[in-house]
Ligand binder design. Structure first.
Ligand code: ATP
Length: 147
């Protein structure tokens, strides 16, 4: 049950969001049954939520939705954070790539998260796309086949 995986993961992060004064909203359709590896899908959610939280400042919002769209399920993780510049978007899913150079913020990371996320999505025959505007926020959209 994909909805349960997403729900559970979002619950954990909602505690962290409270601490950072970020509001976390969800719209999760249920039940959503897909054939997949629950542990990997959990890991995928952790990566996306961890980034959303990491790159969003105090007072921001994170929105997570999960719903059926035709013969796929769509998971959206949208934040009102610092965003990613156009130049960096093509490399985001590369291993060890980090949008670090021009950023003074001391965020830690290996740059592996999104490459692992892509690997998990690929293994489920899904797609992951990103849209982002600097200073406004970032959305990651994952679609997975459910039949
Ligand atoms: P980790 O492997 O610990 O997650 P990381 O966050 O550096 O480290 P990725 O998750 O692969 O690595 O992300 C790559 C880069 O993409 C990050 O360095 C960050 O600059 C950018 N990024 C990812 N998610 C977001 C987001 N939601 N908002 C803004 N920038 C992001």
């Amino acid at each position: 049950r994909l909805d349960e995986v997403v729900q559970k993961c979002t619950q954990v992060f909602s505690q962290l969001a409270i601490v950072k004064e970020i509001s976390l909203e969800t719209a999760i359709e249920e039940p959503l049954e897909i054939v997949g590896d629950g542990e990997r899908l959990h890991q995928l959610m952790v990566i996306l939520l961890d980034n959303a939280l990491k790159y969003t400042n105090k007072g921001g919002t994170i929105f997570v939705s999960c719903k059926k769209e035709g013969n796929r399920v769509a998971i959206l993780v949208k934040d009102s954070g610092i965003g990613i510049s156009k130049e960096n978007i093509p490399f985001l899913f590369d291993r060890f790539y980090r949008v670090d150079k021009m950023r003074s913020r001391a965020t830690e990371g290996t740059g592996l998260g999104l490459s692992i996320a892509k690997w998990i999505v690929d293994a489920h025959h899904g797609k992951i796309t990103v849209s982002s505007e600097e200073g406004k926020g970032t959305s990651f959209l994952v679609t997975l086949p459910w039949k």
